[in-house]
Design a protein around this ligand. Structure first.
Ligand code: SF4
Length: 279
């Protein structure tokens, strides 16, 4: 809490200082009735039963499905955002409907006969729905089901540690391995590195690197990421995926499959499980 009526959000390193009625950078959280909370608790813009491999997770419950949900908002600003319609949306700007955590847990359990393992918090950045994710994940765990988090990993450490005990598997989207380019997105590489290390100590972690031509696709950058990741655990799966023109990078050409395969080979010098994606 700060002076006056402004409050600080504890969820991500931005620690937005919000006056009454003001939204945070992520556009999902706000100072409402003297507390920082979601504008729309339980509002989902997407809900679908997806293969686990689509998250992507290659070494966690392969061949199974996971009920996947997303809301709106994000605490980064990637010009190449592949989900910008919901990630950059604010209140009332994306269609959807409200679900109670209990109803979602019931639905996840009903879908077990169809191969469902639990719930995945994905599509937009789930960290900005922090309290909703925690409450829903708690109910999923109580039913003996699994929780999956697909995230940019840009969380304040206390909030991150508060979530980890509930999460069985996650994919962390490492945007770049260059600190100055992380800053361009409004993030911080050191925070993401630290959070990945913390997560890898307690749950199944896979990482994704979306290769954007001319931005983060140099051999040296992939090599630096792979070398560091191997220092955490050389068996952490790394997905090196292909970019397609989107949002403010609609003029950037798609990543060539040849570059994806070449960087995959580079990373395989350090890591045992590296996969080309979207090729
Ligand atoms: S989660 Fe949203 S409101 Fe909270 S600090 Fe981060 S950007 Fe700001």
């Amino acid at each position: 809490m700060t002076g006056g009526n402004a409050l600080r959000c504890p969820i991500c390193p931005r620690h937005c200082r919000l006056r009454p009625g003001e939204s945070g950078f992520c556009r999902a959280r706000a100072n409402i009735a003297a507390e920082i909370r979601l504008w729309d608790y339980g509002f989902l813009t997407a809900l679908a039963l997806d293969p686990v491999e689509k998250k992507p997770l290659r070494h966690f419950q392969p061949g199974r499905q996971v009920l996947s949900l997303g809301g709106y908002g994000c605490n980064l600003r990637c010009p190449h955002c592949q989900n910008h319609a919901i990630a950059l949306a604010g209140r009332g700007e994306a269609p959807g409907r409200f679900y109670r955590p209990g109803a979602l847990a019931d639905l996840a359990a009903e879908l077990v006969p169809r191969g469902n393992i639990g719930l995945a918090f994905t599509y937009n950045e789930p960290l900005v729905q922090y309290e909703f994710v925690r409450e829903t994940a708690t109910l999923i765990a109580e039913r003996g089901l699994r929780n999956v988090l697909v995230t940019n990993g840009y969380a304040a450490e206390e909030a991150w540690l508060g979530l980890l005990p509930l999460i069985d598997a996650m994919n962390i989207d490492v945007k770049t391995f260059a600190p100055e380019r992380y800053a361009e997105l409004g993030g911080n590489l050191d925070v993401v590195r630290r959070n990945l290390e913390l997560a890898a100590a307690v749950c199944h972690v896979e990482a994704t690197l979306l290769l954007i031509p001319g931005w983060n696709d140099s051999p040296a950058e992939t090599e630096a990421l792979a070398r560091w990741l191997a220092g955490v655990d050389r068996h952490i799966p790394l997905h090196i995926t292909r970019f397609f023109p989107r949002h403010q990078r609609s003029d950037t050409p798609p990543t060539s499959p040849e570059v994806i395969f070449a960087r995959t080979e580079t990373a395989r010098r350090y890591l045992t499980r590296v996969y080309p994606g979207n090729v």
